[in-house]
Each structure stands twice: as C-alpha cells, then as structure tokens.
Design a protein around this ligand. Structure first.
Ligand SMILES: [Zn+2]
Ligand SMILES: [Zn+2]
Length: 166
C-alpha cells in the first residue's frame, strides 16, 4: 500500500484528544496554570474547557490572580468548564472520557465522577490533590500517558492542491 508522507504522523485517538486538550489550554487565562480538558464519547468531542474567569470577570493575566490559601480562586478549572459547557447545552456527559493536560484537583475529580465520566486520561501529575483517591473509590480508571509532542504536523506545502494565503 502506498504511504504518503503527509499521513505518516497520524496520531492515535488518545494522542489526538490529548493534543486537542493541549491546544485548548492555550486559551487559559491564569498564569499559574494552563490546563485543557476535552470530553469525548464514541470518539466525538462533546465539549472542551480551559481554566478561565467567569463570564464578565477580568483575567488573571491582566489584573493578577486572586489568591486564597496559596491557590488562585478566580478561574473555573478546565474540567469544570467542559462539564458546564455540556450542562449549558444539554449534552449528557454520562459515560464520556475526560482527556486532561493535568492531574485534576480534588474538586474537579469529584465533579468528573459525579458527571458520569467513566475514564480520565492525563499526562502530568499534581501533588496537591486527592483526585486519585476519589477516582479509586468511584472505580474510575485514571490513565497516565506520555505527553504528546508539541508539534502540529500540518505542512501545507506537502498538499499539491493547496496554496498558502499570504
Ligand atoms: Zn489566576
Ligand atoms: Zn480543578
């Protein structure tokens, strides 16, 4: 079978969704942490979320963080934002998989479990959390995968039918 150079970087589903989560995290507004979350069911993205302020509030990166007990409390976390997107649009999260750039905090772990998330996939750890204990209690598998590369393999010049807009 002929293999084209342009498809040689085709990622697995897990890598693909983790990379989407990484891209989503670029929208985060708190300089203390950039986190992205993608909720997936049947290989379809239900919602994405990053840590950011509530609608109408200033962004941490513009006015500084709102620190309480050494945590910034201004933002809604990525996982919560993804769940709340589903809530706002009437999309069921039951049985979905959460792809998250970071180990969830305790509250997000509890929210994911209660939202019916059946599996959580991450690539980075976070010490200040009881997430793992709650996932264990709820029998929600927590899967640690290798962090995908930051590279986006989109090379327009390799597609003969496309012309780059200048
Ligand atoms: Zn902040
Ligand atoms: Zn959280």
């Amino acid at each position: 079978m002929e293999s084209k150079k342009s498809v040689s970087h085709r990622p697995s589903w897990d890598t693909y969704f983790l990379k989407v989560a990484m891209l989503v995290s670029e929208r985060a507004t708190c300089p203390r942490m950039h986190c992205g979350c993608v909720l997936v069911k049947d290989k379809q993205i239900l919602a994405t979320g990053y840590n950011g302020s509530i609608p109408g509030d200033d962004h941490c990166e513009d006015v500084g963080c709102m620190i309480e007990d050494n945590h910034c409390i201004r933002t809604i976390h990525a996982e919560m934002n993804a769940i709340l997107q589903c809530s706002a649009h009437g999309v069921s999260t039951q049985g979905a998989t959460a792809y998250v750039t970071n180990m969830p905090c305790t509250n997000c772990a509890k929210a994911l479990i209660t939202a019916g998330i059946k599996e959580v996939i991450i690539f980075s750890d976070y010490h200040d959390t009881k997430a793992e204990e709650f996932f264990k209690i709820a029998k929600v598998p927590l899967i640690r995968l290798e962090k995908p590369s930051n590279e986006i393999n989109y090379d327009l010049s390799s597609f003969t039918s496309a012309v780059i807009i200048k």
